[in-house]
Design a binder for this molecule. Structure first.
Ligand code: ADP
Ligand code: TYD
Length: 211
């Protein structure tokens, strides 16, 4: 897979804790960019290609102890490889803007931090099988109480990670903010607690600066 220099398009990802407004902001950004005449692919992880959507069901449904952390890293990375091969890389090669709701930073956090320090393993596998970072990552930041209350308002069966509760979300928030320092050139922190139109305006400004 080529690095960002080789690709014609722009690869933008959203990251943050559950319920922070990533999906909402990804949809709003896609609509704004399409209205401005850009060719946009809106996608998500885990998922975004038929095979990766199958893996999504394996990782997000069922008992929280269903998989070990190591197995989970392999499953999320397998899903990402399929998504990259079938959806993301072809779109970037065609010059499209790819907007993805979560990507490898989520694995660095959820699998890399939540059950012991497996960040090294996540990065090694990423280097071997993915080898590509987004051009720009919008970290939608907020306090976990607000995020969890919003996420709990949704119905559905994809509760494996939300069942981990507020402590995990606290850990993930701190981890994401540390990651934004580590990858300061790529990750922009956006305050997600505000009205969604204000958040969207901030997101749009940040993306436009890279176009
Ligand atoms: P995520 O994808 O990060 O889990 P969502 O975009 O699904 O978050 O948002 C979670 C819930 O919060 C949804 O019901 C959504 O409508 C609502 N929501 C999103 N952004 C805001 C906002 N800025 N203010 C209030 N509610 C919001
Ligand atoms: P998502 O559908 O984005 O949930 P939400 O809208 O609640 O943020 O992602 C589902 C869960 O998958 C989420 O709790 C984070 C987890 N996840 C990982 O643990 N590792 C990963 O690599 C990815 C992409 C997601």
């Amino acid at each position: 897979m080529s690095g960002s220099q080789g690709a014609a398009g722009l690869f933008v990802t959203f990251e943050g804790i559950d319920g922070s407004g990533k999906s909402t902001q990804a949809r709003m950004l896609a609509a704004d960019l399409r209205a401005a005449g850009h060719d946009v692919v809106l996608t998500r992880e885990p998922g975004g290609s038929p095979g990766a959507e199958d893996i999504r069901r394996l990782v997000l449904e069922g008992d929280p102890d269903r998989w070990s952390a190591e197995t989970e890293i392999l499953l999320f990375t397998a899903a990402r490889r399929d998504h990259l091969e079938r959806t993301i890389a072809p779109a970037l090669a065609a010059g499209q803007i790819v907007i993805c709701d979560r990507f490898a930073d989520s694995t660095r956090m959820y699998q890399g931090l939540s059950r012991g320090d497996l960040r090294g393993l996540v990065d090694q596998l990423h280097g071997l099988m993915i080898g590509r970072e987004p051009d720009l990552t919008l970290l939608i930041d907020m306090d976990p109480g607000t995020g969890l209350a919003r996420a709990k308002g949704r119905q559905g069966s994809e509760e494996r990670f939300e069942d981990f509760g507020q402590h995990l979300q606290e850990q993930m928030r701190a981890g994401f903010l540390a990651l934004a320092d580590e990858f300061a050139d790529r990750i922009a922190v956006i305050d997600g607690t505000r009205d969604m139109d204000l958040v969207a305006a901030d997101v749009r400004r940040t993306v436009e600066a890279r176009l």
